[in-house]
Design a protein around this ligand. Structure first.
Ligand code: 13P
Ligand code: ZN
Length: 269
């Protein structure tokens, strides 16, 4: 068996969590990431029939039985993940009726997967249905995105269009807009299931007064969505106190959409 700490997916996740920590998006244990893995990706590194322990999931997602995920552990500090990945990360396989996971590697000191596991699994399922290349769900607490939810309407079209208006790349990177949920208790199945619903139709979800979750085919793609939303929100937060937040108008957004052949959400422009 090869050393799993040398696996490309492991190295990539470690450098990503370091990067996100340094951006200030993942204070303490804030944020979590899960990556869908194929058995062929992990079998050179771990014996897939050796189960360390079984972990309960609060809801059953039978469609994911047999699927493998690399998931950050609950309570683990992003700043420490790359220093001790075997403590902070786990590789799980969904089993039974879809309400249990077998731990195949990691969570070395008795830990478990993120408390947001219902959102992660539900979001994976919804993205996989529409996109066979889907792999990553990433949740973080980017400061300006959260700040914007304090002062801006949470209506999805209004929130998305303000972001688009802030800098030209926003509509190019997320022409379908962002989804938004009002404040809800975190880490509970309620917010997890409501979030999964949003991923039927969106790759980006903002939780008011909490953070942002994104989906991508790769870690880089997911990260790119999050940083572009955060960039738009940062500009908004910098200028809104000036009282002048007109930004890029609809006619100009339409020009960008035409020039880039974007599939903008129907009826939003
Ligand atoms: P976990 O430590 O359980 O991943 O929770 C962090 C978080 O961001 C909750 O929303
Ligand atoms: Zn969070």
């Amino acid at each position: 068996m090869k050393d799993i700490l040398t696996a490309p997916f492991m190295k990539e996740l470690e450098s990503m969590t370091d990067n996100m920590y340094r951006l200030g998006w993942n204070e303490r244990n804030g944020g979590n990431i899960s990556m869908l893995l194929d058995e062929e990706q992990i079998s050179p590194y771990i014996e897939c029939d050796k189960v360390i322990r079984t972990l309960p999931i609060k809801v059953a997602i039978p469609e994911l039985v047999g699927r493998y995920f690399l998931v950050t552990g609950t309570g683990k500090y992003f700043k420490n993940i790359s220093k001790n990945p075997e403590d902070a990360l786990g590789i799980i396989r969904i089993v039974g009726d879809g309400s249990e996971a077998e731990l195949l590697w990691g969570y070395q000191n008795g830990g478990s997967f993120t408390s947001e596991i219902v959102m992660h699994l539900g979001a994976h399922l919804e993205r996989m249905r529409s996109n066979p290349k889907h792999r990553v769900i990433m949740h973080a607490h980017p400061t300006n995105t959260i700040a914007m939810t304090h002062v801006h309407s949470l209506e999805e079209k209004e929130f998305s269009k303000t972001l688009w208006r802030m800098c030209t790349e926003c509509i190019v990177i997320f022409p379908e807009g962002v989804s938004v949920l009002p404040w809800m208790v975190s880490s509970h199945p309620g917010i997890g299931l409501a979030s999964a619903e949003k991923f039927k139709d969106y790759r980006i979800l903002i939780w008011a007064l909490h953070g942002c979750t994104v989906a991508g085919d790769t870690l880089d793609e997911a990260f790119g969505l999050m940083e572009t939303v955060e960039k738009g929100a940062e500009i908004y937060m910098k200028i809104q106190s000036s009282g002048c937040v007109t930004g890029i108008d609809d006619a100009s957004l339409k020009q960008v959409a035409e020039a880039f052949g974007l599939q903008v959400r129907e009826g939003w422009l």
